[in-house]
Design a protein around this ligand. Structure first.
Ligand SMILES: *Cc1c(COP(=O)(O)O)cnc(C)c1O
Length: 342
């Protein structure tokens, strides 16, 4: 392995200290059904329980906490299809830093609403006609804001790596770690942590077939792109790996694989039913590779990063309004429902 010093295990460990008492220590779940089906021991690191509903809070807080006082005062700007936006918005609120978010106008409503709810200013754009990075750069320089990109930033990568660091600290060394991949911030940080704490652990990144740029980049060793992917896994629609994440992925990741849209949906429903947790399509990419048999490791001890849970049920025709399910409609007055005291 060539050495790439842009982010090291020391940076991930420093991020963990910074996040202590601020980010949630997310639960690790297991499922007998899954273990029997896969013939392995599987540990799901559930970042859908992270603050803002995805691992992105880790990197966002780690980056914002280290700005200068002048930068904090001026404020930050980012571009994101959702989870990074919410993460920056909340980190900004906690650190008293004004946040401006450039977001595609088709980003899930639940993510737009949550981002506004944390007090950030949102600027919408059409992702089919506008280059978001140019737009963000122009706005940042016009308004004198610090641009915090969603993945191609050493402090973001180090923060994301704390998810794998925590997992391995809790369950011990792993044989295999499966990680969803969009722009590669999560997998870069997680691979750096895994190789340091569990040197024999293979790290495999998982993308949607419909947004397979990182998989093609990994295998061809030249940067490949995907344009305007419509994969249901909206957190992995990123067009390419970053200038920092691409070399890190080449150095630290052992393989990259893809999963179909139907595998993503089937896995999401399987996890809702079996693990009893709400996960979003991008959140189940790594689990889908395992359950669909794309990544196999019989007898192995496997870590799976469940990266987020911000699913917009309205997109599935399952909005609360669509069912007419106001709280009263279920007749769930005190005591009557499953949550009742009796
Ligand atoms: C952002 C995101 C990803 C991809 O992370 P990258 O750092 O861009 O590779 C995966 N899952 C969820 C839920 C996300 O929000």
């Amino acid at each position: 392995m060539q050495q790439d010093k842009s982010v090291t295990i020391n940076d991930v460990q420093a991020a963990q200290k910074r996040l202590l008492g601020i980010a949630h220590l997310t639960p690790v779940l297991t499922s007998t059904t899954v273990n029997e089906r896969i013939h392995s021991q599987v540990f799901f690191k559930c970042e859908n329980f992270q603050r803002t509903g995805a691992f992105k809070f880790r990197g966002a807080y780690n980056a914002l906490a280290q700005l200068s006082e002048a930068q904090k005062h001026q404020g930050v700007l980012t571009f994101s299809s959702g989870n990074h936006a919410q993460a920056i918005a909340l980190a900004g609120k906690l650190l008293n830093i004004p946040a401006t978010i450039v977001m595609p106008d088709d980003a899930p409503a639940v993510k737009q609403t949550a981002t506004r709810g944390y007090g950030a200013e949102i600027i919408l754009y059409n992702r089919h006609t506008t280059n978001r990075e140019e737009l963000a750069q122009n706005l940042a320089s016009d308004r004198n804001l610090t641009l915090i990109p969603p993945y191609d930033h050493p402090l973001i990568i180090a923060g994301q790596g704390t998810a794998a660091l925590e997992l391995i600290q809790e369950v011990g060394e792993l044989d295999l770690l499966l990680v969803p991949c969009g722009g590669g911030g999560l997998i870069s940080g997680c691979a750096i942590a895994a190789k340091a704490l569990s040197p024999n652990c293979r790290v495999i990144g998982v993308e949607p077939e419909l947004a397979d740029d990182a998989t093609r980049s990994f295998h061809s060793k030249t940067l490949q792109t995907v344009t305007n992917s419509n994969t249901i896994a909206d957190g992995a629609r990123t067009p390419y790996l970053g200038k920092i994440t691409f070399p890190l992925v080449l150095n630290y990741v052992d393989d990259m694989v893809t999963v179909s849209e139907s595998a993503i949906i089937t896995t999401m429903l399987f996890i809702w039913e079996r693990l009893k947790i709400v996960v979003e399509p991008t959140g189940v990419l790594a689990a889908a590779a395992l359950l669909a048999g794309v990544a196999k490791a019989p007898g192995a001890k496997i870590g799976v990063i469940i990266s987020g849970g911000n699913v917009d049920l309205g997109d599935w025709g399952l909005g609360i309004g669509d069912w007419g399910l106001g709280t009263g409609d279920w007749g769930l007055g005190t005591g009557e429902g499953v949550m009742g005291k009796g």
